[in-house]
Ligand binder design. Structure first.
Ligand code: HPA
Length: 272
């Protein structure tokens, strides 16, 4: 059933573009502007794609784009689905599975996150080197489809070490501040309490957000190499005295948009 749906989705997308990208990118909250730097072959709203579900979150536009950056073909998802929107985990990871069946081998995940690493400031970037899944659910629960991957996927290198090194090099070349650390995935939609943030720090995290973990798990199941980057749009609850708001998150994501675009372009050229 799921495989039949995916086959239909993939053949529809193939009918709209003949590009064969090896790289997929999921653009997080406020980070969708990267697509302005693509030479677009096809821009398909989620609601035109069979079995895709539209996203309801502000700052997430909901398009699947096939295009090229400096002649390298890529697929970009402008917007993603979150578990807190009420979607099933199967729905949340459906676009990731679609990209894998379209032939990508590498997946770049991006997100906005709250930071609580010692020297973090709003507007910083954090390379995700590992995650802690605190969502209380795993997208692979239920019967395993062995055509997609194994029952018990290894997660030792959920985030490819070479990609981590290359991302570091990219930031160093740009002379841009960055952090490296563990991303804690929570369901939201509330932001955390200060006590929860102290707990996340105690267990070794440096950033917290409401996405990425499901896609990273599905991508590892599918055998994709994963790179992931957080834009620290705000200090997490209780670290500064400010109250948190989605407006602050999208505004700060916008402030670092140019750096984010420069990073992605440079990183893509390194993995092509
Ligand atoms: N917490 C959880 N998710 C987030 C945050 C945060 O502080 N900022 C952006 N996404």
């Amino acid at each position: 059933m799921l495989l039949d749906k995916l086959t239909e989705t993939v053949s529809y997308i193939r009918s709209r573009s003949s590009l064969k990208p090896k790289v997929g990118i999921i653009l997080g909250s406020g980070l969708g502007a990267f697509v302005q730097h693509l030479k677009i072959d096809a821009k398909i709203p989620f609601n035109e794609i069979p079995h895709f579900v539209s996203t309801s979150v502000e700052g997430h536009q909901g398009n699947l784009i096939l295009g090229t950056v400096d002649d390298q073909p890529i697929i970009a998802l402008q917007g993603r689905l979150h578990y807190y929107e009420g979607h099933s985990m199967d729905t949340v990871v459906y676009p990731t599975r679609t990209m894998a069946l379209l032939g990508i081998e590498n997946l770049i995940l991006t997100n906005s996150a709250g930071g609580f690493g010692d020297t973090m400031q709003a507007g910083d970037f954090m390379i995700i080197e590992d995650h802690i899944n605190l969502m209380g659910i795993n997208p692979l629960m239920g019967p395993n489809l062995k055509q997609l991957g194994p029952r018990f996927p290894d997660m030792t290198e959920a985030y490819d070490k070479k990609f981590v090194e290359l991302m570091e090099k990219t930031f160093q070349d740009m002379n841009c501040r960055y952090h490296k650390g563990i991303y804690c995935g929570v369901t939201g939609p509330t932001y955390e309490t200060p006590a929860e943030v102290r707990y996340l720090k105690l267990i070794g995290g440096k950033a917290v957000g409401m996405s990425t973990v499901p896609e990273a798990i599905a991508a590892n199941h599918l055998g994709l190499r994963v790179a992931a980057l957080s834009c620290i749009t705000n200090l997490a609850a209780g670290i500064s005295r400010n109250k948190l708001s989605h407006e602050e998150v999208t505004e700060n994501a916008k402030k670092v948009e140019q750096q984010f675009v420069d990073f992605l372009k440079s990183f893509l050229s390194k993995i092509s």
